[in-house]
Structure formats: structure tokens, C-alpha cells
Design a protein around this ligand. Sequence first.
Ligand SMILES: [Mn+2]
Length: 567
Amino acid sequence: MQKYWDYIHVDYDSVKRLADEVRIPVVIARILFNRGYTTPETANSFLYPNFSDLYDPFLMKGMDLAVERILRAVHNREKICIYGDYDVDGVTSILIIRDLIQRLGGNASYAIPKRLDEGYGLNFQKMEEIISSGEVKLIITVDTGITSVQESKYLKEAGIDLVITDHHEESSEKPVAITILDPKQSDCGYPFKELAGVGVIFKLAQAIAARASVDLPLFSYLKIAAIGTIADLVPLVDENRIIASLGLKELGKTTNLGLRLLLQELRMDDHEIESSEISFRLGPRINALGRLGDVEQAVELFFTGNRAYAKEIINEMERLNLKRQKLENEIYNTVIGVIESNPETENQPILIVEGNDWHLGVIGIVASRLANQYYKPALVVSVINGVGKASGRSIPDFDLKGALNGESDLLESFGGHKMAVGFQIKKENLPLFKARVNERISNMLDGRLFVRSDKIDADISFHAINPELMHYLDMLKPWGHSNARPVFCAKGVTLQSLPFVLKDKHLKLKLNQHNRVFEGICWKHSEWKDSMKSCNSMDIIFHINRSFWNYEETIQLDLQDFNPVDF
Ligand SMILES: [Mn+2]
């Protein structure tokens, strides 16, 4: 696949000045510069995330009313129902707000719609259940609700108050509610728009802590908020960086029984937790319950004091996560087979694949793997009883929702955002839909294809890779959306010994530059072996990682690409 090495160009004198003023190595200053932190003030607040740098929660539109209504409900002993989304962001939001209400002396039940049967947002069936119970006086939504206009009117008629907290984009009409907390509302002046749903709930907790007479464990909430924030893939900058960074530092020390057992099970309890462990280990296990099982168990895990029950839930998470992987791989491998036997798909600007009765809980993950593998937007359609249900994922800088807007006349339902979409389509409309989408995107791209580019932060010499550099790189963590692992380039590198293939797919090597040697790894690129062996030397681009083996820590270069140099 075609790939570009794309240097981020910065002015050397300005970088040097920043390095001197903040007292950091030039290469670190350069990375900060690349990410837009070009002044000592912004660089320092990035390097030292601080609780006191969090904004005043009352800057968020509607916060006063939300705090007042919740405290009144607790005071009057009204029954409260928390209504949350079925993903990690939703679950962690429920954990915080439910704990908070309990500490205030109130009583809150919670409800989560079923991902497959009920879908995203408030829904009439669940509202009906809550109304007919006859007890609930207040519903607080978390991570959802901003577009549930009809359902909100229904609740109002039934005499139930609604406080909406969400972080998704609003639609043309606002729901009817006591108040709406959502920094993405165009009339909300909150200084940071990119909070996760659980970030909004953390702001609500901060605000209630300021008004209530009960002490609230805001630092414990920060740990939970870090999980939801990282898992929801919001940009890890500004307030999200403070939440993720401070929360992760404390997470390993949690005293919550269920969480502690889960971290132990995942071997995440003996070191400072990395954001990637949340995205690839802890998050998927909570989501597995939402995709294939009963996500309410995830909430129960954090509230139970019963060790045996906690273990049972953790085992169920593990079982469903394995099942999820199996289903996902089956569909993925089928799709890869279809693509490889149709060479023309290589030249199409978007991948659209369909199959019968594919599990709806995993087609989104398959779409995201395809988008990454082929570096083009991918739509996976599962046809069930003549109706196609689709999930799509985009690649950076391409607005998939915008590109599909023009085809909505062919769709039965359609929602999403730039990076992810979901829709339903009648089976008979699929061929026309495919043809139109391909042509539309082709025209947008002027016949070219998407090209993956690796943005390189800085050139580095092997001699500059040392424990001091590692210390400063740690200060730039946690990595995530809008704060990617830095990519370095080293020139004229040679193989110290013959590379060997690991588990049939990875390549392990020893690399030498100016007589300094590092271990290197090429994940999923065992096919690089022959061309590496046959070149005199090469330029490489890589991440610098710590690697743990036998209680020993070494520095490992994680290769992203290489260019043979022959001279
Ligand atoms: Mn969310």
C-alpha cells in the first residue's frame, strides 16, 4: 500500500526557544510544537495536568438548574431514574451519578436500553415501563438524550421531569427538559466542547460538590471518568487530558472491589495503567456485555460488595469478549476473502460489503478494522429478513456522514457523525446505493484514492534514546485521539543480526545506528523480512516504547515503516 512520510515542519529557532524556556529537551519541545503547544504557558499546562486547571462547572449552560433539580429530588425523596447509554462512556457515567445520589442520601434506579432490540437514545418502550411504574419523578439521562425530542414530549405529558446530560451534537429541535447539559449545544458557552458523556457527568459532580453539604469523592470519580473518556475516543486534550491523566495515575490504587478484581484479572494492577490498556483490554470487556450480553452487569460489578458475584461477572465479561472476537474474526475473514477475489475493490474509494445475518453487535468493529486495513471508509451491511442494517467507519479527515447525506432517500433510517455512521436500507436498494456512493466519493476525490500518511514528529539519533528521553516522553502521556504516540525517524540504520518471525506474523529485530543497538519489533509485518535483509541500510520510522520482560524493562523500537537505502 502506498504510504507517505510526512514531516511536520516547524521553525527550529522557535522550538529551541521553547525548549530553553520550559527547560525540556529540544526533541520534546518539537513534539509539543507539532501539537500546537507553542508558548511556555500552554506547554507547561500540557506537561503538568492539574486539577485546579479544570474549568468552573457553572460555566456550562443549564448547570445551575440541573444541580437545583437534583438536590430538590434528593431532599424530597423523589424517585430518580438514571437513563444511560450501553457503552463504556454510558456505564461509567451511570456509576458516578448513581454513587453521588446515594451519598447525598437519595435513591436512584437506572435503565440502559438494549443495544440490539432498543437501540440508541431514549425509547418509548422503556419510557412506558418507567411511567407505568408510577413512582419515578425525575429522569436524568447520561451520554444520550439530546436528539430524543418525541420521547421527551411524551415524558412531559406523563408528568415526569427530565434532566438531559449528553455530549453529542444537537438536532434542529431541542428536547423538552428541565435543563440540558451538553457543551456541544450552539448556545452553550462552556470553554471546552469535547468532553465525553462521563466528562459532562464529572462536571455535574463538581458542581454538586460545590453546592451540597456532603463530601463527594471527586478524585475517585476522576478514575471512573478517565475510563469512559479514553474509551469514548474523545480528543485527549484540555480538560479531557486532565481527567485522563490524573484518573489513570490513580486508577491502579482503586479500592472498589469489582474494579480491583477486574484490574487484577487483566494484570493491570501492578503498574501505572496506559491509555491503550483501557482501549484494548478493559473497555472491550465492558462493551462485550453491551454487545452480546446484559450490560447492566457492568454497573453491578462496581456496586457489589460480594466477591463471588463480582468474579462471576468478570468471567462472563471474559466469555463474551472471546465470543465477540470469534464472531468478529469470522465476519472479517469472510469479508477479506470477498475483497481479495474481487480485484476491482482495490480501486474503489469506499468499501461496501454485505452478508446475511451478521451479528449486529460486531459489524461496527469489523468496519473499523477494514477502514484501517484498506485505508478507505468502510460500510458493513448485515441483511436480516430483507432489510440491511449497516455500520460504517471513516478514516481521518473524511466526513463519512456528510458524504452519505445525499443518499438518504434510499435509506430507511440514518444517523452518526464524521467518523461513524449507522443506517438501515432495503435489500433491493443496495445495488443502487453502492453505485451512487462510489460515484459520489470518486467525484469528491477527483478519481484519486485516499493515501495513508505517517506524520513524523522528529528525526532522532539512537544515541539520544535514553532513560532521560523516556522520562520526558512519559510526561506527554496519555496517548490517544489528538495526542498520538510520537513518530520518530532514524537514518542509516543497519541490522545487527538476522531478523526472526514471531508467531507467524510479527518480526523481531536488532537494529544498529552508529554502534548503538536497540531491539525492534514490526507488528504484523513479517513480510518485511526479506527486503530488510537485502538492503545495505535503511531509514526507519518508529515509536519508542518500554518493554517489560522477566521483570526487566528495556527500550523497544516499534517500527511503523522502513525505506531501504542503497549506496
Ligand atoms: Mn459517549
